[in-house]
Design a protein. Structure first.
Length: 104
């Protein structure tokens, strides 16, 4: 396997685990906490559980960014950021920047 194939696999896996984790927290953990705990204990319970997820999220977000930038660098795709047809690259970068700021 070449480095771009490895970077693509790392990228897909890290995005899958990152977004899957966010979906799990949003769709399962938060409703479960709301249902099982009185309102005065919900925030503390959420922070306790989120504290276990945040380190993993940081790793997946960083791996997604690093592998994405590596694919752009190795594929000589920097010029795509100047072409409006590749608007989705700007969107991916913007989403990555926003979601990287959150766990850090």
């Amino acid at each position: 396997m070449d480095d771009i194939t490895i970077a693509r696999a790392v990228h897909v896996l890290s995005v899958l685990l990152w977004i899957g984790g966010v979906a799990f927290v949003t769709l399962v953990v938060m409703p479960s906490i709301a249902h099982a705990h009185p309102s005065d204990r919900r925030l503390g319970t959420f922070h306790q559980l989120e504290g276990r997820f945040a380190p993993q999220a940081r790793i997946w977000v960083l791996l997604a960014g690093l592998s994405g930038f590596w694919m752009i660098y190795r594929g000589h795709m920097w010029d795509r950021f100047a072409d409006p047809r590749f608007w989705w690259m700007h969107a991916m970068l913007g989403i990555w920047v926003i979601f990287t700021a959150m766990p850090f």
